[in-house]
Design a binder for this molecule. Structure first.
Ligand SMILES: O=C(CO)[C@@H](O)[C@H](O)[C@H](O)[C@H](O)COP(=O)(O)O
Ligand SMILES: [Zn+2]
Length: 189
């Protein structure tokens, strides 16, 4: 009898084998993010649950380090400030927790990255709209059919799976690749 672990490994590998289909999207987003950072602008990243963890992981690879010693790069996760989350959530509602921070921080030339396995989370969608309003680019890191956020993004990477955990596993691979592409394109790797 196959174990749950081996079932998950098999399912994971099945999804991984489909990833060449999204290679061009990953390259395109990598070029965009590198251009944003090279121009002195910043990345704003957010998501819920596991994607909140991905958002802070992503931002920390850039402000801290990924592979090479290099200057810190401008990226901020909007899902990490418990005071902002509780204040905005309590006073305005949970749908506004990322949008209000985006409205405060996003400037023309910046890039907002919304991470959502369904592409349906209202707080991520509302923040994407606020980013667009501020003149920032919108990138969706999505799954399933991309949800409404797919059409609301300037560029998107959609993990080819219907399973939240598998989508998140693709997202972290994509995030690490984007960090590598950024370092490569900025001439620091
Ligand atoms: O990590 C997991 C499941 O693997 C959960 O925490 C998951 O991220 C949460 O249910 C999120 O609220 C899902 O939101 P989204 O990906 O649909 O935007
Ligand atoms: Zn998870």
């Amino acid at each position: 009898m196959a174990s749950l672990f081996l079932d998950n490994v098999e399912q994971h590998l099945e999804v991984m084998r489909k990833l060449p289909a999204i290679e061009a999207d990953v390259e395109r987003v990598g070029s965009l993010l590198a251009a944003v950072l090279l121009a002195g602008n910043k990345l704003l990243v957010c998501g819920n649950g596991g994607s909140a963890a991905d958002a802070q992981h992503f931002a920390s690879e850039l402000t801290g380090r990924f592979i090479k010693d290099r200057k810190p790069l401008a990226a901020i996760a909007l899902s990490t400030d418990s005071s902002a989350l509780t204040c905005i959530g309590n006073d305005y509602g949970f749908d506004d927790v990322f949008a209000r921070q985006t409205e405060a921080l996003a400037r023309p030339g910046d890039c907002f990255i919304g991470i959502s396995t369904s592409g349906r989370s209202p707080n991520v969608r509302k923040a994407a709209a606020a980013a667009r309003e501020a003149g920032a680019k919108v990138v969706g890191l999505l799954g399933r059919d991309g949800g409404p956020l797919l059409a609301e993004s300037d560029m998107a990477i959609v993990a080819p799976s219907e399973v939240t955990a598998r989508i998140q596993e693709v997202h972290i691979l994509v995030i690490h690749t984007l960090c590598g592409l950024i370092e490569q394109k900025l001439g620091i790797a």
